[in-house]
Design a protein around this ligand. Sequence first.
Ligand code: ZN
Length: 131
Amino acid sequence: MRLTVKTSAQTEMIDVTHLVQQQVAENSFQDGLCMVFVPHTTAAVTINESADPDVRKDILMILNKIVPWREAYSHLEGNSPAHLKTSIIGSSETVAVEKGKLVLGTWQGIFFCEFDGPRTRKLDVRLINIC
Ligand code: ZN
């Protein structure tokens, strides 16, 4: 399944856990693996704390320090920092599904990470049966 995620800032982390869980439910998927994949070079996906929004704020603050916007980048499009952040965070996550529910820790959520927004983005969700 391919979901649409509309982002509203240059850099942000959007909790998409409910959208992914909705795909699991709509497909009556009970047990296996759920893979989420971001088919973009300037957006990523990660799993981290969903309870306190300040955690996302801190992650983005430090990412912005590690990868400065102004640097002697060669990429002419001007968005090298977004490409770098995407490689640091990664393009996919895999979560187990048990009895129709994503098996996430109490404080965990799945986050779509925008690094060159705002844009309309895609998020692939694949449900994998395992024996
Ligand atoms: Zn680029």
